[in-house]
Design a protein. Structure first.
Length: 202
């Protein structure tokens, strides 16, 4: 699980730093429609850093081809819903990287730790301290969804947040080799997750 979490941090957090400057907007919910046929397969991170972008059939077959992600920032919680073309029943890991107002770096990672749970990690420093857990629900199959939410108090009640999301699936993982499918939610890019607008807790 550690490897999976680190992958999400690497993939999502790194790109978050590169994402442009802040645009202030009043909103509490934002939906990003995902580009189609854009699941990336990696067979080795050292030899295959860029991975392979799968075509439509193989993206669907990966079981994690996403169609959209919706983020809601309410007074009590932060809720993410990722929708899929045909979601696998096998284990997948969903994640979100959260920026808060006043911080240039991504501040928190929310990541699946089991089928029914996510954890929030503090990205400040190298330790990736786990701050709390939240609930996750998964509906597999056509038009399937993964929804997770965490309490806003766990993220110290941020005034506004920007969120990037993605999903990963490991196949045949052992210490020597693995295949991973990764889907980042973006309307235009394949490896860079798109950030929501600034979402206020209103
Ligand atoms: Ca997609």
């Amino acid at each position: 699980m550690r490897t999976i979490t680190h992958l999400l941090v690497g993939g999502l957090a790194t790109t978050a730093i590169l994402t442009g400057t802040a645009v202030t907007a009043t909103a509490q919910s934002d939906k990003i429609t995902d580009k189609r046929a854009d699941v990336v397969q990696y067979d080795d991170f050292e030899e295959d850093e860029a991975g392979t972008i799968l075509d439509r059939a193989d993206s669907l077959a990966s079981g994690i081809e996403a169609t959209s992600a919706t983020v809601k920032h309410s007074k009590k919680s932060i809720k993410v819903t990722i929708r899929f073309a045909d979601l696998t029943r096998q284990e997948v890991q969903a994640g979100a990287v959260v920026r808060v107002k006043g911080s240039k770096q991504p501040r928190y990672l929310i990541s699946s730790i089991s089928r029914k749970k996510v954890a929030v990690y503090d990205l400040k420093g190298d330790e990736m301290k786990q701050l709390c857990t939240g609930k996750q629900t998964k509906k597999a199959g056509k038009k399937g969804t993964i929804t997770f939410s965490v309490k806003r108090t766990c993220l110290k009640k941020p005034k506004a947040i920007k969120v990037q999301t993605g999903v990963s699936r490991f196949i045949n993982f052992d210490n020597e080799s693995f295949t991973i499918y990764q889907e980042v939610i973006s309307s235009s890019r394949v490896r860079t997750p798109e950030s929501t607008k600034w979402l206020k807790a209103s």
